[in-house]
Design a protein around this ligand. Structure first.
Ligand code: SF4
Length: 311
């Protein structure tokens, strides 16, 4: 049954950790002030924070659309349906991004009422325009990402190798470590029957980042917990769709200890910002400091901070 909670449930994720490290105020807006902002009777400040939380910039929107397209394509393959061609996939991505643009320009009122159902691009919300250079850049990225997807190792293995068994695709899963609820989304997971290797595939539309490996360690912890398999049977793979590079990793016990320590240290640090940890009640808003930096220009909550820098 749908239950209205006064405070959100606490759960840990890599993106929550990154937001917490980046700016405490942003963390507060995203994980606390926006809570219940979807309710008709919510206070205007909660509604506003919820709306802002749902804004996406063009690169993020592109990443989400490409992930959806990969998911649909692989789902179609598993269902025995005809696969879309490269040109059709490129067109699907363009259509979806055009829709995001149309929503941002012409459905502002609808988005205000239903920020999950309608879309708002950060560039339009804050600057009311898309730079021509950004549009050209995105068009180029779409072509490159789709081309690299279709020639990627994982995609071709999945659609040609009969020796594999698909286990999970793009599902949000939860797992508990030391009593902390942790969210994990695996892009794709399959098992090679003969070698009994489990391969976790993570499609990346952005550039390589040093935190990519931390994210993968979390997937491994999840797999070991859920399927009771051993570390040496797991291969984790990043498919970088912009560069066309495939990177396979195997982790060692020390990587897993580090990942567990990260979850526990980060959770402890977050709990220091709670007035009542048992119900995840946050401290007063003023206790969450702003970290002003170049990142503010692309922050979803910029509107709530504009003007504060000079105070
Ligand atoms: S605009 Fe800057 S200071 Fe304000 S929440 Fe975002 S990152 Fe933090």
């Amino acid at each position: 049954m749908f239950e209205i909670r006064q405070y959100p449930e606490f759960s840990w994720s890599n993106s929550r950790h990154r937001t917490f490290m980046e700016c405490k105020k942003k963390y507060y807006y995203h994980y606390y002030l926006s809570h219940n902002g979807w309710l008709f009777q919510a206070a205007e400040e909660n509604k506003l924070a919820y709306r802002l939380k749902n804004i996406k910039n063009l690169p993020i929107a592109l990443g989400e659309v490409i992930h959806d397209i990969i998911h649909s394509q692989l789902k179609a393959y598993l269902a025995g349906e005809t696969l879309a061609s490269e040109q059709e996939l490129i067109q699907q991505v363009k259509d979806r991004l055009n829709l995001a643009f149309i929503h941002s320009k012409k459905h502002v009122d609808d988005w205000m009422m239903k920020p999950k159902k309608f879309q708002m691009l950060h560039e339009i919300y804050y600057y009311n325009k898309l730079e021509q250079s950004d549009v050209e850049n995105i068009k180029q990225k779409i072509d490159v990402c789709i081309k690299n997807l279709l020639s990627s190792k994982s995609y071709n293995t999945i659609i040609t190798d009969e020796n594999i068994h698909v286990i999970e695709a793009e599902e949000l899963k939860t797992v508990y470590f030391d009593g902390v609820k942790v969210y994990v989304v695996l892009d794709f997971l399959y098992r090679e029957r003969e070698s009994d290797k489990w391969i976790i595939v993570d499609w990346k539309t952005g550039k390589q980042n040093k935190t990519d490996r931390d994210q993968l360690a979390l997937y491994v912890l999840y797999l070991i917990d859920k399927y009771k398999i051993t570390l040496d049977n797991i291969i984790i793979r990043n498919e970088y769709l912009q560069s066309g590079e495939t990177k396979d990793y195997t982790l060692c016990e020390d990587d897993l200890i580090e990942a567990r320590n990260l979850i526990s240290d980060s959770t402890e640090a977050m709990r220091r910002f709670l007035a009542q940890p048992s119900i995840n009640k946050p401290l007063a808003e003023d206790e969450y400091e702003e970290t002003f930096s170049y990142r503010c220009n692309s922050c979803n909550f910029k509107q709530l901070c504009d003007g504060k820098r000079e105070e």
